[in-house]
Design a protein around this ligand. Structure first.
Ligand code: NDP
Length: 443
């Protein structure tokens, strides 16, 4: 396959994601010629459209600031485009193409009627006042609203975009269009949000891991030491569910460093620091003086300190490529049994390969972190039917969805001769559903 008109440096992460999928699905492509006849792969790796726009806003000093906004609408064979918005200085077209491409297969795996997309901006929310965040979100939506709609494209949150930002984006959409549509998910509960959306990705990750460990006849997580990276939405709710089921979570991290508390981390304090104060994990030491805090500058060469801590199960929940070959070797040497990806593609290809060859139970992101988008779809259903589901009902459906995804992935892997390989199972099962829809819909 040739990729012309590509900005290779920016697209390298997109190619990394694509390469893994192409390799995984080759047995399917060989076994059924219709996918080649309909040029599904060639059509799937190019987004339907990439929308790129200028976002101009006034900071608190009345100085004009300019950022770039994007929406990558990748594929809508299964339903409206659906995928998060990321506000982070590292955002560029390549990163969003990688995330959008992964999102197609992830959304397909849920079995729900949603296509794949991703968007965001290189805007850095760190250090910005609440008014600056509001002004940026308004300016971003001034352009984005032209391309989205409850049956067209329904964005949600991602790194740097939580319920505060979704609230401001929704407010601006409503002002421009005079329409009270379910056009964004992850909305605050008081105006159309679903209960459990904030918890969904983390809780879903733990439900998937429980199902995988049971299927692979390994010990459950209760009483086991677990390591988690990140300290954002996904990490915090992963820790919360793990603690609820009796696991001992000893680490978390942010972009400045990592925390190791062998007694088990104090989640209440972490929430206070990261969610309420928007501070750094170093502040944990003000309460617990004896814990280990390692700043990023002191991480091992080519690796990350979180993964040097012995554990039964590891949960990378920060960002892409945060778990390297060095880290994978450390985890394996320390007897780790399972690795579940909460972040999108946190493991590098070398790390993934090591996990697979060493028979570690490895839950890839597109299957294991699909709980967030599944509950987003539940939010769309509730908005469309003007209903409100209870917390228990959402939780029950989330658990069922994650268990079903796990079963589908495991069975697909077995059917294609790679039993126990959840990477290939997820790629084949996710690809097949989208590809069959594309064939049925014609070109
Ligand atoms: P948040 O913005 O809430 O948290 C991200 C966390 O990761 C923060 O602790 C942040 O540190 C840390 N982090 C970000 N970049 C880096 C970096 N380069 N190095 C080290 N740490 C970093 O995001 P989410 O929790 O929502 O998202 C985390 C991951 O999960 C992403 O890969 C996202 O795409 C994926 N995901 C999220 C879903 C959701 O529902 N939110 C759904 C599915 C996947 P700091 O606090 O210092 O910024």
């Amino acid at each position: 396959m040739k990729f012309e008109n590509s900005n290779c440096a920016e697209d390298s992460i997109f190619f990394q994601a694509m390469e893994e999928v192409i390799y995984s699905i080759s047995p399917l492509l060989e076994s059924d010629p219709k996918y080649k006849r309909y040029a599904i792969l060639e059509r799937l790796v190019v987004p339907d459209r990439v929308i790129k726009f200028q976002v101009t806003w006034l900071d608190d000093n009345n100085k004009i600031q300019v950022n770039t906004g994007y929406r990558v609408q990748f594929n809508n064979a299964l339903g409206p485009y659906k995928g998060g918005l990321r506000f982070h200085p590292t955002v560029n077209e390549g990163v969003l193409k990688f995330l959008g491409f992964e999102q197609i297969l992830k959304n397909s795996l849920t079995g729900l009627p949603i296509g794949g997309a991703k968007g965001g901006s290189d805007f850095n929310p760190k250090g910005k006042s609440d008014f600056e965040i509001m002004k940026f979100c308004s300016a971003f939506m001034t352009e984005l609203h032209k391309y989205i709609g409850p049956r067209i494209d329904v964005p949600a949150g991602d790194i740097g975009v939580g319920s505060r930002e979704i609230g401001y984006l929704f407010g601006e959409y409503k002002k421009i269009t005079s329409s009270y549509d379910g056009v964004l998910t992850g909305k605050p509960y008081m105006f159309g949000g679903s209960l459990m959306r904030p918890e969904a990705t983390g809780y879903g990750l733990v439900y998937f891991t429980q199902a995988m460990l049971e299927h692979e006849k390994k010990d459950p997580l209760t009483g086991k030491v677990c390591t988690v990276s990140g300290a954002g939405n996904v990490a915090i709710h992963t820790i919360e569910k793990l603690q609820e089921i009796g696991a001992i979570v000893v680490t978390c991290s942010d972009s400045e460093g990592m925390l190791y508390d062998s007694r088990g981390v104090d989640l209440k304090l972490i929430k206070e620091i990261k969610l309420e104060r928007r501070g750094t994990l170093k502040e944990y030491l003000e309460v617990y003086k004896d814990v280990n805090y390692i700043p990023v500058a002191d991480y091992p060469d080519g690796g990350h300190s979180v993964w040097t801590i012995p554990c039964y199960a590891a949960f990378p929940c920060a960002t892409q490529n945060e778990l390297t070959e060095v880290d994978a070797k450390n985890l394996i040497a320390n007897g780790c049994v399972s690795v579940s990806e909460g972040a999108n593609m946190p493991s590098t290809p070398k790390a993934t390969e090591l996990f697979l060859t060493n028979k570690i139970c490895f839950a890839p992101a597109k299957a294991a972190n699909a709980g967030g988008v599944a509950v987003s779809e539940f939010e769309m259903s509730q908005n469309a039917s003007m209903q409100k589901w209870s917390f228990d009902m959402v939780d029950e459906r989330l658990k069922e969805t994650m268990t079903q995804i796990c079963k589908r992935v495991a069975l697909t892997a077995k059917d294609y001769g790679v039993e126990g390989n959840y990477v290939d199972g997820a790629n084949i099962a996710g690809f097949k559903r989208v590809a069959d829809a594309m064939i049925t819909e014609g070109i």
